[in-house]
Design a protein around this ligand. Sequence first.
Ligand code: IVH
Length: 698
Amino acid sequence: MARKDPARRAAELRDEIRRHDHLYYVNDAPEIADEAYDALFAELRALEDQHPDLVTADSPTQRVAGAPLDSFPTIEHAAPMLSLESDKEEEALRRFDQRLRKALAQAGHEGEELTYVLEPKLDGLSLELVYEEGVLARAATRGDGVRGEGVTANVRTIAAVPLRLSATARPVPPFLAVRAEVILRIADFEAVNERLIEEGKAPFANPRNAAAGTLRQLDPRITASRPLDVYFYDVLAARWPPAGRSRGKGGPPATHQETLAALAGWGLKVNERTRPARTLEEVLAYHRELGEGRDDLPYEIDGIVIKVDDLRQREELGTTARHPRWAYAHKFPPRKEVTRIERIVPSVGRSGVITPVALMRPVEIGGVTVARATLHNREEVARKDVREGDRVRVQRAGDVIPQVIERLEEEGRERPAPWRMPETCPSCGTRLVERGPYTVCENGFGCPAQRAGRLQHFASRLALDIAGLGSENAELLVESGLVRALPDLFDVTKDDLLRVKRRLADGTQRGFADKSADNLLAAIHKAADTELARFLYGLGIPEVGDKVARDLARHFGTIAALRAADEEKLQEVAGVGPRMAEQIRAFFADPRNAEVVERLLDRRVRLRREAGPVTAQLAGLKFVFTGGLPTLSREQAKKLVEANGGHVVGSVSKATDYVVAGEDAGSKLAEAKKHGVPTLDEEAFLKLLRKHGISVTA
Ligand code: IVH
């Protein structure tokens, strides 16, 4: 096939990648697998490497984090970024509604319909984004409302921000300033904090602070490493194309609903929970609904925003110096309260980590009674300097475990000595060890506090998936002495199960009936035939989640290969860094764990081979492809490598094993020379595969 004109192919690829970005990040409905997307991206990157003149500022490849800045430039907003009048009392909302209807009547709109648009009030930070000729030109924080900080380099790393707008029903204005809210989803906030705490750094107090701290990073690489999200909700200023001066089709929108539709049409994500309303009752119902569902949302909201839909009515109503008269925020009750810490107790988690837990005088926060809060680790206790008896501010965010935000100073109160981590495990008495900022009981299954949790984890859905072995039955099996170590689970008999009984605090008894015993045994039997990835995850190796477990299984193929791997070999797996490699090594090196693994594999558990790669002849080898190969397509070559356990990566480094270069190979060839990486042409590549025992048919 004749090779396509590279400029045309690059444009095609960009459109295609943008379309998939939109499907994935905005619509949350991807059409293709990650691998297929990666292949498109790699092809575009290779084309641009070969033809640097084809690179455009809005190319998806340019969404990379740039170099750190010394400071942010000041940027004047295209129009003032106003804030909202807000209150949490229903009475205040009623007054707003009355005031508004009266003002409209006075302005001669008597008898006119009044439609509101209701939106969730996202608890993030406000951003102005300017698109010139449809291309993202700059972005700024709200600042003082007139001028903000230019955070363009950071905003370019946000996947949900298109670098170029798509022109659909409504043409893209040559100049367009839009307003959006940048947020960090609760799950991502937790992950960011977990990382910070692990590194011994101070965690963020809430998702909003985390989003703000991330956006105002001078190093865009840090911003890029934390998945910020964004919702667009207004046009701040625009120069509309001459054809559509009049409101309506093509020109400026006439209502807020049209504005939102236009934003969505240009590829800007708008909130899916937006809804029109005619009456105050509908507004109150929406507030109630969102308030009740607040804990189930993936992001934090702190109220609802009520906006007049008709933009002509908005003009009549006007603005005060600080906020528009046509919009209003009806807030939810705060999720922060003040209470007192009664005791701080060490709690032993499933993996043996000892967490200091604050037991507090019960307090109601946003409809939930809170009496416990995590203090993470000994360094957090020291940093916050909280002690028994202290008055503290506590918060609940989403369904996140309640947190102690800060200690409140009290004059004249005698405080006890700072809290200290115990030296031995409160559950089994083993001497505790310090691992970074964490304190750990390394007694594993020997520690009663860890046993039930570890068993439950081993049986959980992503591990061996043993139906009927939840927390209650795990405790039953452990407390009755039937399961002293994981392998014992497979030796349990029906008679054993029928014999165990447990008396609960309320006097009732728990145990197994004939049928439930049969069911559990059948589930254990079935689960004994499992995959390496599930087995690895189930072992509860510190820091090894289900994804890493899958990558390890795919990379090494067998448990023997994994156990034999040193830290360097382990780090060849994507996503395994030096810390994790050390943890994995240490886990298998511990004789207690080695015994558990051996007993499990001794006729109890059978490991199936991973469905992923067919073979592992190329395990650990990293390939970079550049230029077109004479007979193989890029896709075919990539498949050959990956099906045999190798990896295809996008850029050359000293960790690359081979660069396979074809016609028109670009800068990667020079990179290979620089790092001393061997380069192969297609023939040599095929020879290498054959040498590894991989059969290659033409
Ligand atoms: S409209 C002139 N809509 O709330 C209208 N604001 O307290 C300006 N916010 O600074 C704002 N969600 O950061 C609007 N759906 C939403 C919002 C929203 C969150 C924030 C925004 C603003 C603050 C005002």
